[in-house]
Design a protein around this ligand. Structure first.
Ligand code: BG6
Length: 468
């Protein structure tokens, strides 16, 4: 739809940026931190030194000052469960509480709103050894962990995210470096446990922190039919239900998506649901939907594949016989890493979410991974990133004009960090961190061109996207 008048971003719009603990902090065993599956596992970032990552654990003050200089209104980051509860449950590590308390205070000093993810891929290894999410006891461990977080940070944190990209953990766990060799039935059982845990934690948040808001944080994207064939459209509905709606229908409506349930029944994937579970799901009410958006998907109803590169990747789906077949989209370009670049698809995704759930929406990731180059004189000329973000922000504004209740935009990533499976050299940040895969150099922070562009954009509240 074309509008003669494009609406402005809402007054209190949360212009932000994002990171996650294991990708940015380093200090992997500092001050009593326990080990997570990311520290122990078959994580592909072992191709680079992720024990130090961006050393944010030791440099958070300098980093927050830079975020403030950029003008951020919000900073979305995750807490390392194992910094707080080294064994996943039981004794609280006061040093971990102290670190996050200091970080939150530092942000608030600059009037930056903390948006806190409780769990971003880094399950405590101790819980993994007891079966991880396959074990129902992990539900209680997560609720107990949440209680600790609400007790210590609930007075200052107003925006909580439960689980980052639960859908990607279930569908593409191997690409993230999770221990994900289980069959789909077991994975969907784990998924059920996560849904119950999330619901319990949302309720607990409302009980313990009456001023706070909480929501899920899956990765959501529109799915296109490869052609206007009815069977392709149906395949797009199938993949969208399996990839997107399963997770949000459960979080928002407290029920399983009916199409996905039929798929489960057909394939033999139905999870065991205990008495009371569905009631727990129904009673939990998220205040908003946070979601990550990188790329749209395109699928067909029969095999005619143009997709040749099928290596493990969270944005490239694998075919599922009789359900959907992945196709390339000739109408969009791609990043150096093969992810489609689809700003209009971002608007489509926002519109779908608005229409389906009628909840405030918060974008918690969106960005461009690229091989940035540090040029003489400490210059990083990341024009391509500026263009990517500019186009997406433009579409966000159009989506607001469409009627979408968008409350914030937090691109990935605030600062360079370790990618889930492409090491340090796939960079996303506004701030360059001077290190290579194994050569830690001096880890100094360098403002990229996109830093100054975003700074200006925030200052003019997104009215001028050119960054002038
Ligand atoms: C999302 C994750 O899947 O995408 C982030 O929430 C991740 O943790 C981001 O880093 C980008 O993916 P990648 O593989 O390029 O690091």
């Amino acid at each position: 739809m074309k509008f003669a008048q494009v609406k402005a971003f809402p007054e209190n719009f949360l212009w932000g940026a994002s990171t996650s603990a294991y990708q940015v902090e380093g200090g992997w065993d500092a001050d009593g931190k326990g080990l997570s599956i990311m520290d122990k596992g078959n994580h592909s970032t072992k191709n680079s030194d992720f024990k130090v990552a961006s050393d944010h654990y030791h440099r958070y003050k300098e980093d927050v000052a830079l975020l403030a200089e950029m003008g951020l209104k919000a900073y979305r980051f995750s807490l390392a469960w194992t910094r707080i509860l080294p064994d996943g449950r039981g004794a609280v590590n006061q040093k971990g509480i102290e670190f996050y308390s200091n970080l939150i205070n530092e942000l608030l000093t600059y009037n930056i709103e903390p948006i806190v993810t409780m769990y971003h891929f880094d399950l405590p290894y101790a819980l993994h050894q007891e079966g991880g999410w396959a074990n129902r006891a992990t539900i209680d461990a997560f609720v107990d962990y949440a209680r600790v977080l609400f007790t210590h940070f609930g007075d200052r944190v107003k925006y909580w995210l439960t689980i980052n990209e639960q859908n990607i953990m279930i569908l593409h766990g191997a690409a993230l470096g999770l221990f994900s060799e289980q069959g789909k039935k077991e994975l969907y059982q784990q998924n059920h446990h996560m849904l119950v845990a999330q619901a319990k934690v949302m309720e607990l948040c409302h009980t313990m922190c009456s001023q706070a808001k909480i929501g899920p944080a899956p990765n959501i994207s529109s799915v296109y039919p490869a052609a206007c064939k009815p069977e392709d459209y149906m395949a797009a509905q199938n993949w969208s239900a399996i990839r997107n709606w399963l997770y949000l229908d459960a979080a928002v409506f407290g029920r399983y998506n009916s199409l996905v349930w039929s798929y489960f029944t057909e394939k033999g994937y139905t999870p065991a649901i205990l008495e009371g579970d569905m009631e727990i799901l129904e009673n939990a009410k998220p205040d908003f939907i946070a979601f990550n958006y990188y790329a749209t998907a395109t699928v067909a109803g029969s095999k005619n594949s143009t997709v040749s590169d099928r290596k493990a990747d969270q944005q490239v789906a694998k075919d599922e016989e009789g359900v959907y077949y992945t196709e390339a989209n000739p109408y969009v370009s791609k990043t150096e890493f093969g992810w489609s670049i689809d700003p209009a698809g971002f608007r489509n995704t926002l519109r779908e979410l608005q229409d389906r759930y009628r909840l405030p929406l918060l974008v918690t990731e969106n960005g461009l991974g690229a091989y940035d180059k540090l040029e003489p004189g400490d210059v990083v000329n990341d024009e391509y990133r500026i263009e990517f973000l500019r186009q997406h922000i433009e579409q966000a504004r159009l989506a607001i004009t469409d009627g979408v209740n968008l409350i914030g935009y937090c691109p990935w990533s605030a600062i360079d960090l370790v990618s889930t499976h492409s090491g340090v050299s796939k960079r996303y940040g506004f701030i360059y961190v001077n290190r290579d895969e194994f050569d830690l150099k001096d880890l100094r922070r360098i403002k990229k061109k996109s830093f100054y562009w975003y700074q200006k954009l925030i200052a003019n509240h997104g009215t001028d996207l050119s960054g002038r």
